[in-house]
Design a protein around this ligand. Structure first.
Ligand SMILES: [Zn+2]
Length: 185
């Protein structure tokens, strides 16, 4: 198996169309700052404020999604004054809400704040070769010896990439552009 690039994620926000319009105005279109490795995904130029007891600036990751979701870092919890569970993206039942402020308005979401659980993206072909599907568990190893057991996410809009948040990467000495390999399924 070839080496899998590590993609570090910082705090960010995914917005549904309705919430995007409340924050930025009707028919607003996000501007692409940088395309991400996952096809169709991009870091937008736009940022919002996420507000609870404290507040933080968070970049929007596009395109728009069916549900608004706020992915924070573990170290953000004290600043915001909330506890967020570690979840795979999209699994937002029983998660805290938060206020989000954009240039045209403020919204309050009832749920959707998570700490992103680390995960491995694989293309359809790679997952077929490895006989893995979405939800399968694999072991990964970084050259510094760190091992991870993570869930696989695969589908037609996926390419191989290990997603890990900045806080965890920093604590382990792992940097953007590093690679990992699958050691065991
Ligand atoms: Zn991901």
């Amino acid at each position: 198996m070839e080496k899998i690039p590590v993609g570090l994620s910082n705090r960010h926000v995914h917005l549904c169309k309705q919430d995007l319009e409340k924050l930025f105005g009707k028919d607003y279109e996000l501007k692409v700052l940088r395309n991400l490795r996952q096809p169709g995904q991009f870091a937008a130029e736009e940022k919002v404020e996420i507000i609870n007891r404290g507040c933080l600036s968070a970049r929007i990751v596009g395109p728009i999604r069916s549900h608004t979701q706020v992915e924070i870092l573990s170290s953000d919890q004290d600043i915001l004054g909330l506890k967020a569970p570690t979840r795979i993206s999209g699994n937002i039942e029983d998660t805290p809400g938060i206020r989000i402020k954009g240039p045209k308005g403020v919204i309050k979401i009832k749920k959707g704040v998570i700490i992103a659980e680390k995960h491995l993206h694989l293309s359809e072909e790679e997952s077929r070769v490895l006989n893995l599907k979405t939800g399968s568990k694999v072991k990964l190893q970084h050259p510094n010896g760190t091992e991870f057991e993570v869930q696989v996410r695969t589908g037609k809009d996926h390419l191989s990439e290990f997603h890990l948040d900045k806080d965890e990467a920093n604590s382990l000495g792992i940097k953007n552009g590093n690679t990992v390999r699958i050691t065991r399924k």
